[in-house]
Design a protein. Structure first.
Length: 235
């Protein structure tokens, strides 16, 4: 059994993510929101570890990550490094690149091991386009505004959507947002949620999209019905 397989057994229910966009999205959230990570190696059957934060990451021919260490630790630069983030539930594997007095630069594998932190089924819309209609209150005018966005995924606990960066200036973290329509499904009562995060998602035709994650305030029978329809349609 490899060291990585051993660590995955110690952290069960992980799935392998090979999509570079999902990998960089996870890194972007850690960098922008200041998430603490656990960095460790297994040396002589013992775990050598410290906490750290992401100072910077870059993707050229390979993925590099620059870490600021909370404490000075004697690592073995010939062995693999592992990075784990508790809140986002993901695990990275990397190898040594450069070390300075307080920083460590690693070459990361272009994949991560992600633990689903959801109790409910999530539908991901990768090869089909679904549109959502959303309402929010404009803070400058206190008037309700409506816009349409592309649905990324949805569960009975929340959903995520993307819009071009040029249209994202009025959307911010923790703001209240109402889901009014899901494609042709019009809800009799808007379903209320709050923006929980936003990250740069992808670039197409030179335009950057912003992905927003929304958590519903309450479980909705209407969403449960919509999820049932999705499941029937996709089977």
């Amino acid at each position: 059994m490899s060291v990585l397989e051993y660590n995955l057994l110690m952290l069960p229910e992980f799935r392998i993510v090979n999509k570079i966009a999902e990998v960089t999205n996870a890194l972007a959230r850690c960098e922008s929101e200041g998430y603490e990570l656990l960095l460790w190696q297994n040396i002589n059957d013992k775990r050598v570890q410290t906490t750290c934060s992401i100072h910077h990451y870059s993707k050229n021919n390979n993925l590099k990550i620059e870490l600021v260490l909370a404490a000075s630790v004697k690592f073995d630069n010939s062995k693999d490094f592992f990075l784990y983030q508790e809140d986002l539930k993901f695990l990275f594997k990397g190898s040594f690149s450069i070390e300075t007095k307080s920083k460590l630069i690693l070459d990361l594998d272009n994949k991560l091991y992600l633990k689903e932190n959801r109790e409910s089924t999530r539908f991901i819309f990768e090869n089909v386009s679904f549109e959502v209609t959303l309402d929010y209150i404009d803070q400058s005018t206190q008037k309700k505004k409506t816009f349409k966005a592309e649905l990324v995924d949805i569960s009975d606990s929340g959903f995520s959507f993307i819009v071009p960066a040029s249209r994202s200036t009025s959307i911010y973290e923790n703001m209240q947002i109402s889901l009014r329509c899901l494609e042709s499904i019009k809800f009799s009562k808007p379903i209320i949620g709050n923006i929980r995060y936003n990250i740069a998602s992808k670039v197409k035709f030179g335009v950057t999209d912003i992905k927003y994650g929304v958590s519903f305030r309450d479980k909705s029978p209407a969403i449960a019905t919509a999820m049932k329809l999705f499941k029937e349609k996709m089977n």
